[in-house]
Ligand binder design. Sequence first.
Ligand SMILES: Nc1ncnc2c1ncn2[C@@H]1O[C@H](COP(=O)(O)OP(=O)(O)OP(=O)(O)O)[C@@H](O)[C@H]1O
Length: 521
Amino acid sequence: MTVIGENDLIDDMLLADLVSELPHAVRLQRLVTSLRAAFDCGAVALLRLDEDSLRPVAVDGLVREALGRRFMPAHHPRLAAILNRRDVTAFDHDSALPDPYDGLLDTRVGEPLPVHDCMGTSLHVDGQPWGVLTLDALRTGTFDQASRDRLRRCTVRVEAALRVTRLEQEIHALRMARGSAGGGAGDGLLPGSDEIIGHSPVVSALLRELAVVAGSDLPVLLLGETGVGKELFARYLHQRSSRVERPLIHVNCAALPESVAESELFGHVKGAFSGATTDRPGRFEAADGGTLFLDEVGELPLSIQAKLLRVLQNGEIQRLGTDRPRQVDVRIIAATNRNLRDSVRDGLFRADLYHRLSVYPAPIPPLRERGSDVLLLAGHFLELNRMRLGLRSLRLAPDAEQALCSYRWPGNVRELEHAISRAALKMVSRGAQRSDIVSIPASALDIGQPLEDALAGDVQPGDGEVGTGGIRPLRVVTDAAQRAHLQRALQASAGNWAQAARLLELDPSNLHKLARRLGLK
Ligand SMILES: Nc1ncnc2c1ncn2[C@@H]1O[C@H](COP(=O)(O)OP(=O)(O)OP(=O)(O)O)[C@@H](O)[C@H]1O
């Protein structure tokens, strides 16, 4: 009979996190944090093998720059010793091998690096080396035989969890390749992955808060610039609520012309208007028992706001063309990139509706305030594109990392996602082979490109889109010019689509259509 010891139970509890519903990056971060507490040691790091380098994907007890330092040579003597052995490898404090984390351990500033022990293990997924897990103890003698045995047991579970992660990522990449995930989803049932990537203190704190509020039925108002991930956070809330088995219905209020808004939201009966040939339920009924996500709620026409308020007050809807009330049980999550208080002041948004919706306002920070998350997100999108394009390795050249870190990202995460996808495709169209280690230079990123360059066609040698005589097709050049101009308008209006539409003298729904076609939405 196998007796499960107390340690096993603790290990099981901390590793249960690894197969939880949490996003991958959060799971890995929690893993290293839990391991550090369980082994009572100074630092834990999880490094992923990428060709001849090891990339830190989650660290605890190392200074933050360790995550930003994306590559450590895999042939570093200690790391290579760990990597090349399928067992736990331990180093005493007097080991002659240099420490890979020299200068990165989070000791008090100015203190010399204390003598310390370390141990590590290689990790394998599907028979292939995945990377290494390392533990550093600032007190010598922390790692005894029992801790080594314990790490050995943990390794098996960590590897199983990494395999689950890999499968999930493959499924997500397949969905993206089929075009069923991400921004192009339009209205209706929300598909796609809910993975929220981010370790920055602002995002971690927000996720902690939302995990708590998700369990209540309170309305949540997600606030933030375009592309910060409001839709993703709405999914996160729904998936952690008791309504998860019921639908999450998306309504893009900006794309709802006033004439059809009422019937779209509340449904209609046959004969309610010319063309209403059958009874049709609206979005509220479709979301019954689940969640209704009112995206860009600030754009709702005032007449519809009054009707929406009534539904929120009494939980009853009336299909257009009948007086018969129907009871619905719907949780509301709304999102806007407008300052709704200003809209209330300007008479564009009802104050009573604002108070109903903003019971729990959740501001989502712009990407430029998330520090090292930029590189973390870039790594995530690189990996998705690597899988989608079937490449062996896809990474950023140092100048590209630099460019990503110093850019202001007016289009936030969406803009980053598109920049990486465009650059990856560009590298392939320039002749990158599947077996190559593809390194994206800053010049391929095409971010913050001045309008003049876009208009000049910015011809690159070997660019797949270049026609005879080095002339780009007109469509490519005008698309680039329109994309750059739209980004400027959005930047000038602080991500407010309605205001950008006014600046551009475009109808808001046409602006949304155009932004979607140009990959900005
Ligand atoms: N933290 C994140 N981790 C991973 N992907 C993200 C993250 N935030 C946003 N994304 C991705 O960026 C894209 C834009 O996100 P989303 O559509 O949720 O933004 P939004 O704030 O709703 O934008 P808009 O206001 O323009 O509708 C999506 O493809 C989404 O999956």
